[in-house]
Design a protein around this ligand. Structure first.
Ligand code: DGL
Length: 264
């Protein structure tokens, strides 16, 4: 049992922003990181496509890697398909959903920004989080496919142009009332990978929050009392398509303790 891994799943590299805080709490946890590179990006896909694709892929991944727990490290997939995945799998599944609750706890101006993919920001799941946890806040939303591309490119070795990051952030902050936003939810797991660029592009006084640390605590809680290996081993990296971009990303991740990429 003790070498059964945690399986993290995303369309691309975004889920690494959830792996990092999890490994801070569980440093010897074996990780399988699976990126649906053949289906990337998810944010511009329809609900029906995501709802069909994600449970099927996770079914194959669970069969192959026998994880003790699955983390859907993707807000788009979680806000659309979490319930389908849970009913299709017989392992615990943790989803990643926009961190509206911590943002509402932090906001002084009571105006919060939600920066996600186009698919995430239109989900009823987000309306529900806003109604439950930020009922007294104005919640402004913006969906950005470009930031997802930039984050993916950054891990493949292409630095994101500052003006592109600023333009995307302006899509959120330049909405009516947007000048009062004091907390931005990074509601796409790719975006914390660009946090330094986002902070540099934002006016002073704006804080960014994401779900990563909360997911890490949830994983630690759900696996409390379980055995882990005595020392860290190489993490496994799985793609659904292995092209140039994936090879570049794998090359970078090899410096972060990941083994040679595998194809699902
Ligand atoms: N990282 C994903 C998310 O959290 C999806 C990015 C994409 O594929 O568009 O929403």
């Amino acid at each position: 049992m003790n070498d059964r891994p945690l399986l993290f799943f995303d369309s691309g590299v975004g889920g690494l922003s959830v792996v990092a805080p999890t490994l801070e709490l569980l440093p010897t946890a074996p990780v399988v990181y699976a990126a649906d590179s053949a289906g990337f990006p998810y944010g511009t896909k329809s609900e029906a496509e995501i709802a069909a694709r994600v449970p099927a892929l996770l079914g194959r991944l669970v069969e192959r890697y026998r994880p003790r727990l699955v983390v859907i490290a993707c807000n788009t997939a979680s806000t659309i398909a979490l319930a389908h995945v849970r009913s299709a799998l017989d392992v615990p599944v943790v989803g990643t959903v926009p961190a509206i609750k911590p943002a509402a706890e932090m906001s002084k101006t009571r105006v919060i920004g939600v920066l996600g993919t186009e698919a995430t920001v239109r989900q009823p799941y987000v309306d529900d989080l806003a109604a439950r946890f930020a009922a007294d806040c104005t919640v402004l939303r913006y969906g950005s496919a470009r930031l997802v591309e930039l984050a993916e490119g950054a891990l493949a070795g292409f630095a994101p142009p500052t003006e592109d990051v600023a333009t995307e952030l302006a899509g959120l902050l330049n909405q009516p009332g947007g000048e009062r936003i004091d907390v931005v939810v990074n509601a796409c797991t790719h975006f914390p990978l660009l946090e330094a660029d986002l902070v540099a592009a934002a006016p002073p006084g704006i804080s960014f929050v994401d779900g990563g640390p909360g997911i890490a605590r949830r994983v630690a809680y759900l696996t409390a009392g379980q055995d882990w290996p005595g020392q860290a081993s190489a993490h496994r990296l799985v793609f659904t398509r292995l092209g140039d971009r994936e090879q570049r990303i794998a090359g970078f991740l090899a410096t972060r303790g990941f083994a040679e990429p595998e194809l699902l």
